[in-house]
Write a new protein. Sequence first.
Length: 268
Amino acid sequence: MKKIIAIALAAMMLLSMLAGCSNKKVTLKILDTEYALENYAICVAKENQDLLNKINTALDGLIKDGTAQKIIDKYISGTPHDLTFQQNTDGKEELVMATNAYFPPYEYYEGGKIVGIDAEMAAAIADKLDMKLVIEDTEFGSIIAGVQTGKYDMGMAGMTVTEDRLKEVNFSTSYATGVQVVIVAEGSEIATVDDLLNPEKNYKVGVQQDTTGDIYLSSSYEDGGVGEANVVRYKTGNEAVQALLTGKVDAVVIDQEPAKSYVATNNK
């Protein structure tokens, strides 16, 4: 009888330990080594050269007078500014911007409103053009097609200028520089980008669909990716990070600033 009780107690302890392990919080970290460096710009339909010229003129002015940097500093380093945009828009022509509002600090929801670097930069551009900014939240992968068909005037979503995208749309002057980084769970055997790209490991990597992280990683190992078969695509960066937390992928590749936000939120 004592033996049966002892076995039962041992089983209960094991179950308790397993439950504790399953509920253990996963801590995330960003690798020290960068995956890629890229420039962000605004995409416009190829036949809409007049709008592109106007956007570039507005952007050049915002960069020269320091407004662009103030907007970036507000969301990157937390430095407040006293600039105001889009105060009087009644009766003005609309400037419709497509974005994917799950990419903090470039675009995200706050109190039901889309805010962030891109949202504020676009508002400043609209003011320069004497237009009313309208932001449409859509899937990242549908932005370029929407711009091409005229559904949106421009796309602004932490979008990197690439050779393939230049075949489909035109891009404005670059207004920000992004860095692609790798997020892993604390204790992961992936310690560097080289570890991630090791063809003998076949690591599964989560990405936001159609982003540059997706494009880069889908290439062959020789081209600096993990290969199509090892890329797991999600509609948002947040979904990719959740997949990492639940062990569905071994790492996530995403822009550095959203990565910081996701990691900080998870590790609180």
